[in-house]
Design a protein around this ligand. Structure first.
Ligand code: AHR
Length: 353
């Protein structure tokens, strides 16, 4: 079985030791954790090991990254792990072997992919984590990798909870459709939602707070209960099937919190198949801001969606250029996201993906 390396292991045996054992390579000893430097060049080869292309959000993310890289005359080495963490690990290994200049990594799961970051670090290839992050007990931004660029998932969960509590008058029996187990997007969206309802939420990134950032609630919402929670893997049809089963077991459910729009749309389809009226019999709230979700809001089926922007191309490439130039790069670059509900979905649908 593959050993899972921790920061303590690295400190004990040195990075050369870790890599020699984990990768079967003989490598020079590196004295401390500092993200590998990047030479300033006119053109770069960027490794982009995508998690999957199964939903509009992922497709929009890939289009954004790919088109920005190509517009700059750089090259993208694209891989598609097709929802497999093992495949994404293999994809990162192949990009390391191909000696790409840098890797834009959307980690499917935070802990296994931290090992991939460690391997890239050992190979001297800078990694920029895009959209999801890796396990900070194993590797850290500014040390083994350059930075995390993405949304504040914890705040997304709190924003969904705040809307649901306000809309239901603080009374709801909630089914939660969880994202991919082990993904930071799912872990933190759940935590933010749960903490908000428990009255314990405080913004994790006050520096990126906007007028939309929910204030910590004055107290717990005792009438709001999560009655069932299960993963639908961020996939529409899996969300539909999982919701169908959970709703049969919990017919008293009055609300759905889905960790992304695709699973929310799956739940809406399941409700309609059972003769229920989504938006009336059961209130649905989710995260992303896709075109289908905005249309569902206009149709009155989806209550609201917290935006999670997939447009990473420009910010990722600008950050890489700044890093290569030796400019200070923040370890966390947090997107500022909007919120869509019945008041503005029609205004933004034409620009949605
Ligand atoms: O990590 C971001 C999430 O991943 C998006 O919300 C989801 O749609 C995607 O698969």
């Amino acid at each position: 079985m593959m050993k899972v390396w921790t920061r303590r292991d690295v400190a004990k045996v040195g990075l050369g030791g870790v890599a020699a054992v984990a990768m079967g390579l003989r490598v020079p000893q590196i004295a401390g954790a500092q993200a590998p430097p990047l030479e300033q060049k006119d053109t770069y080869v960027i490794g982009y090991p995508q998690t999957d292309e199964n939903n509009p959000w992922r497709i929009a993310q890939t289009n954004s990254v790919r088109s920005e890289i190509e517009a700059r005359g750089w090259t993208v080495e694209y891989r598609n792990a097709q929802e497999s963490t093992q495949q994404q690990l293999a994809d990162v290994a192949s990009l390391i072997a191909a000696r790409v200049d840098a890797i834009f990594l959307p980690p499917r799961e935070e802990t296994p992919l931290a090992q991939a970051v460690l391997q890239a670090y050992q190979a001297g290839i800078p990694v920029f984590c895009l959209d999801r992050d890796v396990d900070q007990n194993i590797v850290q931004a500014g040390e083994e990798y350059v930075c995390f660029i993405g949304s504040d998932f914890y705040q997304e969960g709190a924003r969904a909870a705040e809307w649901l509590a306000r809309t239901t008058g603080g009374n709801a029996q909630i089914i939660e459709l969880f994202g991919t187990t082990g993904a930071t997007a799912a872990i933190d969206r759940s935590r933010g939602f749960v903490d908000y309802l428990a009255g314990t939420y405080t913004p994790a990134n006050p520096e990126s707070a906007t007028a939309a950032t929910p204030a910590p609630p004055a107290s717990a919402f005792t009438g709001m209960t999560i009655i069932a929670s299960q993963t639908g893997n961020f996939i529409r049809d899996e969300g539909r099937q999982v919701f169908e089963t959970l709703y049969q077991a919990n017919p008293g459910a009055t609300a759905v919190y889905a960790h992304n729009d695709e699973m929310a749309l799956g739940a809406i389809a399941a409700l309609e198949a059972q003769g229920k009226v989504p938006g009336q019999d059961v209130i649905v709230v989710s995260v992303d801001g896709s075109r289908d979700a905005l249309q569902a809001i206009i149709d009155g089926k989806l209550g609201a969606t917290v935006e999670c922007s997939p447009f990473f191309g420009p910010v990722a490439c600008d950050t890489l250029v700044a890093y290569a130039a030796g400019e200070p790069v923040p370890t966390q670059i947090i997107n500022t996201d909007r919120f869509f509900d019945a008041s503005n979905a029609a205004e933004f649908i034409d620009s949605a993906y």
